[in-house]
Structure formats: C-alpha cells, structure tokens
Design a protein around this ligand. Structure first.
Ligand code: CTP
Ligand code: CA
Length: 225
C-alpha cells in the first residue's frame, strides 16, 4: 500500500529538467562548453517519471537513453535553453536546473570561420549569459525550483549563498573536485540544502540513486506546503 502511494506521489504534476553543458558559438565551426555529461539530468527525469510525474527534458546532449515517456527538447546555447525553460515554466509544477549553463558567451559570433591571426595572443570578448534558474526563482508562483551548485572550494558557504541568490527551494551542492562526484562520472556525492536551512549530506551513490533521493525530498517539500 505504501509502495503504491509513493509511486503515485507526483501523478498529475509536470516538471522541467535541464541537462548537459551549454554550447556557446564562436564561429560556424567552434564553440565554448564544459565537461557536463547530462547524466544527472537524465537520472532526475527518470526518478520523476518513476513517481508518476510528466517530464519535459531540455537538454544539450542526446547520447543518453531517454527515460520512457519523457518529452525531449533539444537546445544548444544558454539563450536557447532560457527560451525553452521560459516557454514551459508557467504551466509546470517545478524546475530542476541540472544543466551546466555557461556563464559567458562570445560577444560576437563570427559569420565565417575565424582565420588564424598573425599576431599573438588573440583575444575574445565574452558577455554574461542570463541566469536561468535565478530568473525562474524570481517569478515562481506554485513551482518548486531546484538548483545545483558545482563548487571546488568552500562548498557549503558558497552553496548557501547561491540558494538565497537564486530564490531556490532546494539546492544540490556538488564538490566537483572529488573523484567520485560531479562531471562525467556515474557516481555523485551531494549535499541537499533546503530553503529553511536544513542540510542533508548523502554518501557516494550512483546518479540514479542520488536523483531518487532528490525527488523524495522534493515530494516531502511539496506536501509540507
Ligand atoms: N545556472 C543558470 N544559468 C546560468 C548559470 C547557472 O540557470 N547562466 C544554474 C545552474 O544550472 C545551477 C545553478 O545555476 O543550477 C548554479 O550554477 P553554478 O555555476 O554553480 O553557479 P553560478 O551562479 O553560475 O555561480 P559561479 O559559477 O560563479 O559559482
Ligand atoms: Ca556558473
């Protein structure tokens, strides 16, 4: 009976999950990106579906197995991801921002392939991308907003500041210097920070297990309110 209940906890709810590192064009053949694999986002989509939710996955990567029933939207840049998230957000019950959004993009995208220069070094001006999760955090109504934080130092201090700055309900803090956590690997070790100040440190586990824990805590939060 309990098993039945937990598996239907998110029936009728719709969530947006973002996954992967954004690609910021330099010219027709080059871009700036990062090492994000998208695995955490795909695992979260699966964990949500397992609990009866409908999911829109907005992703820069398509080389992972799409969980059954998930609606997939392909994007490349942070701008494209922002537009896709904005379009879906008002009709959603929540957003999990697992994507690694590039903080900056080239100010100008060259129309033609940039030629090797005769002078050295060559420089390129970068401008800031929109902070997608902060924008949604600022305008959320009923939605639960979950952000991630990849840190290489002062994990909890930086993560707490991010939770507040982005007006998130939960923040998943990730020490990306650990060999068993973060970019590209199948395991992760995270601390879940809650808006009310609570924090839960999880041991090293597979990304799907981490995702199931995150979703369990989302369900608890949503039934509290
Ligand atoms: N994020 C976002 N839009 C951006 C940058 C980040 O929505 N332009 C989201 C990420 O998806 C993540 C959270 O913000 O959920 C934190 O990302 P992170 O890179 O750790 O934090 P930043 O606010 O970008 O700060 P910094 O990189 O300086 O640590
Ligand atoms: Ca960043």
């Amino acid at each position: 009976q309990l098993q039945q209940l937990t598996h239907h906890a998110l029936n009728g709810k719709h969530f947006i999950v973002t996954a992967g590192g954004t690609k910021e064009a330099i010219d027709p053949v080059r871009y700036i990106t990062n090492y994000s694999s998208g695995k955490m986002g795909y695992s979260l989509a699966q964990a949500l579906v397992e609990n009866g939710a409908t999911v829109t996955l907005i992703s820069t990567v398509d080389d992972l197995k799409l969980p059954f029933g998930v609606k997939y939207i392909a994007v490349s840049s942070a701008e494209e991801m922002r537009n896709a998230v904005e379009l879906a957000f008002d009709q959603s019950d929540g957003l999990i921002m697992a994507a690694a959004v590039a903080d900056y993009r080239p100010e100008n995208v060259a129309q033609q392939k940039i030629k090797k220069q005769t002078h050295d070094p060559m420089t390129m001006t970068l401008i800031q991308n929109p902070d997608i999760v902060a924008m949604m955090g600022a305008k959320k109504a009923k939605q639960i907003v979950v952000a991630f934080a990849a840190e290489t130092q002062d994990l909890l201090k930086n993560a707490k500041a991010k939770l507040l700055k982005k007006n998130a309900d939960m923040l998943i803090a990730n020490d990306v210097t650990a060999v068993d956590a973060g970019f590209g690997v199948d395991t992760n070790r995270v601390t879940i920070l809650q808006k009310d100040g609570d924090s839960i440190s999880l041991p090293v586990m597979s990304k799907i297990e981490v995702a199931r824990q995150i979703v369990e805590h989302m369900i608890i939060n949503m039934t509290k309110e």
